[in-house]
Design a protein around this ligand. Structure first.
Ligand code: ATP
Length: 372
């Protein structure tokens, strides 16, 4: 575990003050086969009590399957899951002390907000006075205290998702599992709910596993992010570390909006060269197939004599606070962030300089990071 990941998990553990039910969740060598198809491959992650872990990856990478195995909704082919000191691998979902929140809110349409939130406690035969107080507490936690008498149809999408969250909170579970809970909301509400969810999770200190394909959600919400591709865990670390120090080409290209730029070339005698330029990369051995990776914000447009690479402007877009310049460099499309007042025409030649401290180099074949 990196130093920043250790700090993040320590912080998560220390935030478990308001609820001391939070537990460590351990996945050990989890595998899932659907017939011949190997959907989750040897997945091992230890999630600290109170930690917010995001499982991130493109569609079909196995993240929902992993979450469903934790919930007990999917049989595990091989491997084990422990919650606290208990091996829950074969325990029925309802006995796992876990609450799930899905993309679809799954509310009962004919029950009020209060009845929906209180339903898990009613099933557990909690005495009425205690149930009413718990419902009120959970509703207040997600700012629904004024809407307890309404029906789901009388609520906005964001409010419905908050009811689903309150229904999860009310049980005081050892662990929250969330599968793309914000993806039905429009962009503005999603941003707002993201902040609310983060605040609430940190306040409650409940161990949380959150599935998304949205790297912004992962960056903003997680203590640590687990990035998956084709059933295999690619990197597990803090959002900052994953962004600044990607383990491979896949992770580098997945994190960031716009994503990292790549230009293919070779390293010879401590210099990266390609048809459109060159840059010193001291400390790396000679290599014939290299992806030179640099982030749009770590790159500046400069004069020809200072440049590492030269290309042709494909488009230039002023977004308000900055200008996004997209250019073609050989077969690559490269994006550079420039000042909001920067102006350049299509098809003009543009020269760029990357911050060499932040450049990442990858093997063009395997995609693995090259270390200097
Ligand atoms: P998405 O974001 O699209 O939900 P995901 O990363 O959550 O994707 P999973 O739902 O975990 O992906 O699916 C992983 C792989 O397993 C996919 O290729 C999917 O087609 C396959 N899969 C999932 N459920 C089944 C099933 N019941 N039978 C056969 N294959 C399945």
């Amino acid at each position: 575990m990196s130093a920043s990941a250790q700090t993040a998990t320590r912080e998560a553990t220390s935030q478990t003050k308001s609820l001391n039910t939070a537990k460590r969740l351990s996945m050990r060598n989890l595998n899932k086969y659907y017939g011949e198809f190997h959907a989750v491959i040897d997945l091992s992650i230890d999630i600290e009590p109170g930690e917010f872990l995001v499982l991130l990856g493109p569609s079909g990478c196995g993240k929902s399957t992993a979450l469903r195995m934790i919930a007990g909704l999917e049989d595990i082919s091989t491997g084990t899951i422990e919650l606290g000191e208990t091996d829950v691998t074969t325990v029925l979902p309802k006995y796992r002390d876990i609450a799930m929140v899905f993309q679809s809110y799954a509310l009962y349409p004919h029950k009020t907000v209060a009845e929906n939130i209180g339903f898990p406690l009613k099933v557990a035969k909690v005495p009425k006075a205690e149930l009413d107080q718990a419902v009120l507490d959970a509703a207040n936690q997600v700012q629904l205290g004024e809407l307890l008498g309404r029906y789901p149809r009388q609520l906005s999408g964001g409010q419905r998702q908050r009811v689903a969250l309150a229904r999860a909170i009310v049980r005081r579970p050892a662990c929250f599992l969330m599968d793309e809970p914000l993806s039905n909301l429009d962009a503005k509400l999603r941003g707002f709910m993201r902040a609310e969810l983060k605040h609430m999770q940190r306040e409650l200190g409940v161990t949380t596993v959150y599935v998304t394909h949205d790297q912004i959600e992962a960056m903003t919400l997680a203590h640590r992010v687990a990035i998956m591709k084709e059933g295999v865990l690619q990197q597990l670390d803090t959002p900052k570390e994953v962004y600044n120090n990607p383990a491979n080409l896949f992770v580098a290209g997945f994190m960031g909006s716009p994503p990292m730029n790549f230009v293919n070339g070779r390293i010879e005698g401590g210099t990266f060269t390609c048809h459109q330029g060159r840059a010193p990369v001291a400390g790396y051995g000679d290599h014939v197939n290299v992806e030179f990776g640099f982030r749009p914000e770590d790159t500046v447009i400069c004069s020809e004599d200072e440049a590492h690479l030269s290309g042709v402007v494909y488009s230039s877009e002023m977004t308000g606070n900055e200008t996004i310049v997209t250019c073609t460099i050989g077969h690559s499309t490269v994006v550079v962030k420039a000042d909001k007042d920067y102006e350049i025409d299509m098809n003009e030649v543009v020269h760029i300089k990357a911050d060499l401290e932040k450049v990442c180099l990858f093997d063009g074949g395997s995609g693995e990071r090259l270390r200097g």
